[in-house]
Design a protein around this ligand. Structure first.
Ligand code: 13P
Ligand code: SF4
Length: 321
């Protein structure tokens, strides 16, 4: 017997087949959204999945810049976002005007984090994600680069590559990842080690955290790199410094560890704008449609392809012309 809770799920699955739609969800989505998604991943994986899909309609359960990225890579497909209030706080800290001014003032390569709006991406030399930022910055033929909008990601890239990485703007940040501090993490780790035994507790962190937090981590990586890391860790307590709903993916993929949020208030309100009911409405009413200017799409695609070329990924992704 199906419960009323199953109803949106059944209807979503039926409409998905009828429209030839695919649902892509970010790792921070609520558990119920992750469960009905065709693919769950980090920003890089979701971009690659958006390029690979044969579906006619992409429903993007993530924030604005992610849905825009799917549209940039699939200009002829219909890309829908269930709620337009899902706007990344950090992405909206950078404007095209700031990028233009930085280009005029410093003649350095401009790397923009995927967490930027398409209007900014169109002005970038390269687009990185948290999964490949170190690789991108180290391969650029310059000892100095500009990186925005996350000043923490810029500091992380500089630490790992030894290059000078200028943040644009000075103080761009994610309010969720600013909630972590080293002292409470060390205190939590000490307490858990007292209970579980030494060597039983590991700490993993997202590169959007402050550098002093990253420096005490056993592993730093994007959300999906965290998933891969914990697959090789067994029977441990894993303290994680990123958005709290990351726990669902970690538990599902590697259930033999115990997961403890480094701060249970680390909740991205923007990611939580989506729900099963809104996804259902999105499929029924085909809204909200992500639309971008053709010139912005073309210039953004160029920056993305230049990055794939820099990373030697064009052949692997079947993108060489
Ligand atoms: P990931 O690419 O690691 O999933 O990060 C995206 C993001 O917005 C983190 O806050
Ligand atoms: Fe943006 Fe931060 Fe939310 Fe990630 S967690 S989507 S960077 S506001």
């Amino acid at each position: 017997m199906s419960s009323s809770r199953d109803k949106p799920v059944e209807e979503i699955l039926r409409l998905k087949r009828e429209l030839n739609a695919v649902i892509l969800a970010h790792n921070y989505q609520p558990a119920e959204v992750q469960e009905i998604a065709d693919f769950v991943g980090d920003s890089l994986e979701l971009s690659i999945e958006a390029m690979r899909t044969d579906a006619k309609v992409i429903v993007f359960a993530g924030v604005d810049f992610m849905a825009e990225q799917a549209k940039i890579l699939n200009p002829d497909k219909i890309v829908l976002i269930p709620d337009v209030q899902a706007r990344c706080h950090m992405a909206n800290m950078l404007t095209p005007e700031m990028v233009r001014k930085a280009r005029e003032k410093f003649s350095k390569p401009i790397v923009l984090y995927v967490n930027t709006l398409a209007s900014c991406k169109a002005l970038a030399d390269y687009i990185c994600t948290s999964a490949n930022v170190v690789d991108v910055v180290s391969r650029i033929d310059s000892d100095e680069v500009i990186l925005g909008p996350d000043a923490n990601l810029a500091a992380y890239a500089s630490w790992r590559t030894g290059k000078v990485v200028h943040p644009l703007p000075e103080n761009g940040h994610c309010y969720v990842h600013k909630l972590f501090r080293p002292e409470p993490v060390l205190e939590l780790k000490r307490k858990l080690e007292e209970e579980q035994g030494s060597g039983k507790v590991v700490f993993i962190a997202h590169p959007e955290c402050d550098l002093d937090v990253l420096k005490i981590a056993d592993h730093v990586g994007s959300t999906s790199q965290m998933v891969r890391y914990v697959k090789n860790v067994h029977g441990k307590v894993v303290i994680f410094a990123t958005e709290v709903d990351m726990i669902h993916r970690l538990r599902r993929e590697s259930p033999d560890n115990v997961y403890v949020p480094a701060n249970s208030w680390a909740y991205c309100i923007y990611m939580k704008q989506h729900s099963l009911e809104k996804i259902l409405r999105c499929l029924r009413e085909k809204r909200y449609v992500v639309e971008l200017d053709r010139a912005v799409i073309k210039k953004s695609q160029e920056a993305i392809m230049r990055t794939f070329e820099l990373l030697g990924m064009l052949d692997k992704l079947g993108l060489r012309k």
